[in-house]
Design a protein. Structure first.
Length: 229
């Protein structure tokens, strides 16, 4: 498998996103609760208020996560492949102490700009948790439904392709269209108008993560399709 150019994964037209039934109904063999534990650990790492410690902890957590998923599929990761997935800043991101410190401070400044909407100590761990969960979810999805390689080892070039698709899917999720899940309807609704309205608002808020994940899945599938093509 040849190494894709970064532009191959960022310049794909959003209208070509995958909207098939596989995106809507696919369920991962790795339990969501298991991914949730890793995401919670990722949030803990993101809460450490030091420049280099969060990246070091996140690297361990992300590496353990992809190893866990790979072994559950009967696969192994080379050391370099694991490093590609584990690096929090991306497959070609900074690893030196100074680079990690600059990245940490830059991200803190960026997040501080939106602290009027939420406290900084909530946004930073939430960001780490989301990135960790999406890494596990999409890597599991790739192995289950999109992997073309048939060897038992995930090599570094394959890992780089998947990692670029994962990172790009997070960015492009806001521009793709994915099929929505079936809306449930009550057969005997005895609620008053206010109760029905409040229930609808709370239900819509609770469905945000699911809808976002569907869009991320669609973006990821489309990016892989064009990368392989």
């Amino acid at each position: 498998m040849t190494r894709p150019e970064r532009t191959d994964l960022s310049d794909v037209p959003a209208d070509d996103a995958v909207r098939g039934a596989a995106t809507t109904h696919w369920q991962p063999p790795v339990a969501r609760s298991r991914l949730g534990v890793y995401a919670a650990l990722g949030a803990t790492a993101g809460a450490v208020p030091l420049p280099w410690v969060p990246d070091a902890l996140a690297r361990r957590i992300r590496g353990a996560l992809v190893h866990d998923i790979a072994t559950r599929h009967g696969l192994t990761l080379t050391r370099d492949a694991r490093a590609v997935f584990a690096e929090p800043s991306g497959p070609d991101g900074p690893r030196g102490l100074l680079a990690q410190t600059l990245r940490f401070l830059g991200a803190k400044v960026a997040i501080r700009a939106v602290t009027r909407l939420a406290p900084l100590n909530i946004l930073w761990p939430a960001r780490s948790a989301m990135q960790t969960y999406v890494l596990g979810h999409l890597f599991d999805r790739y192995i289950e439904v999109a992997r073309l390689e048939r060897g038992p080892r995930v090599e570094v070039e394959e890992a780089r392709l998947v990692r670029l698709a994962i990172d790009s899917a997070l960015v492009r999720a806001v521009t793709v269209t994915a099929e929505a899940g079936r809306a449930s309807t009550a057969t005997d609704d005895d609620r008053d108008t206010v109760t029905a309205l409040v229930d609808s608002l709370l239900g819509a808020a609770a469905g945000i993560p699911e809808r976002l994940l569907l869009r991320i899945d669609a973006a990821f599938d489309d990016l892989l399709l064009h990368a392989h093509g």
